[in-house]
Design a protein around this ligand. Sequence first.
Ligand SMILES: Nc1nc2c(ncn2[C@@H]2O[C@H](COP(=O)(O)OP(=O)(O)O)[C@@H](O)[C@H]2O)c(=O)[nH]1
Ligand SMILES: [Mg+2]
Length: 218
Amino acid sequence: MSVIRRAVDPSMRITTAEFVLGVANLRQLPKDGMKEVAFLGRSNVGKSSLINRLCSRKSLARTSTEPGKTRELNYYLVNKQFYFVDLPGYGYAKLPAQIRSSWGKLIEQYLKMRSQLAMVVQLVDARHEPTELDLMMVGWLDYYSIPFLIVLTKADKLPASKMPRYLGEARETFGRYAHCRGVVPFSSITGLGKSDVLQAVAQHICQDTTQKSGNPAA
Ligand SMILES: Nc1nc2c(ncn2[C@@H]2O[C@H](COP(=O)(O)OP(=O)(O)O)[C@@H](O)[C@H]2O)c(=O)[nH]1
Ligand SMILES: [Mg+2]
């Protein structure tokens, strides 16, 4: 098995993906310096399903009909080159306030300090207006200058006739943020949007590597 770091293929085909680590405490984060793409969104919005679809795997990331289950940052090594990080979902009202507040701290610390983070994929339910917490997360991402892609999940549940209007509204809402890199409708059932998400991932993994190697202080 080769351990040589290869350049990331800009056309991005995912050939291998494996779960490597669940992180409950930021001291446990990997120290190998590999780039990361993190997935952020409320519980049950479809983060695990998106990761599975991108990796063409049925059950790499555990999906659940029971919201609020994932409490850790789950690390998946992709193509032996970079990580997908499934962040714990937010907005699950039934959790005790103390857990919700420790969740907030963990995520904000991670977003703030993680220099390996090349981009965030922020998931929002295609059928609904973004929640207050969705907008707060996007506010953090923008504040910390983290490029993000908005993915509108469960687009298959939206009547096709409504898609142009919903997409237009989302582009207006999120396009205002300096670090928003686009809005993509997505379905983990039909695969709609998969190639767009992969293309954005490839661009940011490559771009970030080039920038950082040209600027060691970054
Ligand atoms: N129809 C439809 N259902 C989806 C889609 N993505 C996720 N789901 C369902 O939504 C529920 C939550 O998905 P999951 O990926 O576990 O969400 P997570 O909590 O954000 O990781 C599961 O029952 C999924 O089958 C999608 O694109 N279309
Ligand atoms: Mg999940």
